[in-house]
Ligand binder design. Structure first.
Ligand code: ASP
Length: 355
């Protein structure tokens, strides 16, 4: 466990502010904040009500609310979108990733922070981790409470996210998500509670580190292929193929799968029960889908654990791929990108084993 240089710089700055010694920081990292919306930019009429609207406040106001980040970095902001992340879309993902790639290629930029809603931050983070071509820090952050709330969690999250993005020790750790003092890997993070501020967990793999008032402590690197080593690229890509997630229950209606195919899905992810299982009639619908050229990946609706090949479903016979420990939502992201390259299930399974 190491205390990063940014943490030391911040600690020194606090000492300077306290008048203990004078150290002038003339060489701060350049960090760009890309705002996309979410509760972090949300507002309500009063500071104590549950109801609010996401994506109301612009990037300048978000930055202005945390003047302390000037101690850590030279910060500029850009507005990419201003939506609740329930409205995050392929189109915004492509715009965001393209802009990150442009910024990261500039020698003038040391790190990038993205403000986002909590609802789909894990999908955006995983998407970016597959298509962003850089070892520079790319850090998402969010908040559970709107900017106008009592004890809003956004400002400290932004502060910590900037501290992580400005930290040379964050380089090469892939796309990170910083919330509530924790540093998660984009592949492992998941939202676990609909209302609690401490909602994000990395159930299978644990934290990459923590950031305590901008003092970063690093525990590990993400273990799967990402960012500069990823084979996926969105260069020249204007849209992503349709992939639908079908939630499996006892006695699920198999025609949900037939309907997805009829509506033009190029891929289907089943959020199965247990080890990615489903009813006999649903499996028959999967076989019909595959016969029509649709790629089907079996995932699980269970929040942790891993879907294995040929356990209770004979994937070799049926022609399905399995998601491993990727959640259905993240399996959908990977399948969209995989379908840009191939429709062969064998190759797609290799992607799921690698990413
Ligand atoms: N619905 C909001 C969003 O995802 C929730 C949040 O940000 O906490 O944008």
């Amino acid at each position: 466990m190491r205390v990063s240089k940014v943490g030391i710089v911040f600690a020194l700055t606090v000492i300077v502010a306290a008048g203990v010694c004078a150290v002038e920081d003339t060489d701060k990292p350049n960090i760009v904040i890309l705002a996309t919306g979410g509760t972090i930019a949300g507002s309500a009429e009063t500071s104590t009500q549950a109801g609010y609207t996401s994506g109301q406040v612009g990037v300048d106001i978000l930055i202005g609310a945390v003047p302390q980040i000037k101690e850590l970095a030279d910060v500029t902001g850009e507005q990419i979108s201003n939506v609740g992340s329930q409205d995050m879309s392929d189109a915004i993902w492509l715009t965001l990733a393209t802009r990150i790639n442009e910024l990261a290629a500039s020698a003038k930029v040391d790190g990038i922070v993205i403000t986002h809603g909590t609802d789909t931050i894990e999908e955006t983070g995983y998407f970016l981790s597959l298509v962003v071509k850089t070892d520079k820090p790319v850090v998402l952050t969010a908040a559970m409470r709107p900017s106008t709330a009592l004890s809003a969690d956004g400002p400290l999250n932004i502060f910590n996210a900037v501290a992580v993005a400005a930290d040379p020790d964050a380089r090469g750790r892939g796309v990170l998500v910083v919330t509530n003092d924790d540093i998660h890997g984009a592949r492992s993070i998941t939202k676990t509670n609909a209302t609690d501020v401490q909602t994000f967990m990395s159930p299978e793999r644990g934290l990459i580190g923590v950031s305590l008032y901008g003092v970063n402590r690093w525990f590990r690197y993400p273990y799967r292929t990402h960012t500069s080593k990823s084979d996926f690229s969105i260069k020249g890509v204007k849209s992503l193929p349709r992939v639908d997630v079908i939630y499996i229950t006892a006695d699920v209606s198999p025609d949900l799968i037939d309907c997805a195919v009829a509506k033009g899905a190029k891929g289907i992810v089943t959020a199965g029960v247990g080890n990615g299982n489903m009813t006999g009639p649903a499996l028959e619908a999967v076989e019909r889908a595959i016969a029509k050229g649709v790629v089907v990946v079996r995932a699980t609706r269970v929040p942790s654990g891993s879907v294995g090949r040929n356990v209770e479903v004979n994937d070799d016979e049926v022609g399905t791929a399995v998601s491993g420990e990727l959640s259905p939502a993240k399996a959908r992201v990977l399948l969209k990108l995989a379908l840009l390259k191939t429709k062969q299930t064998e190759q797609i399974q290799k992607y799921f084993d690698l990413y």
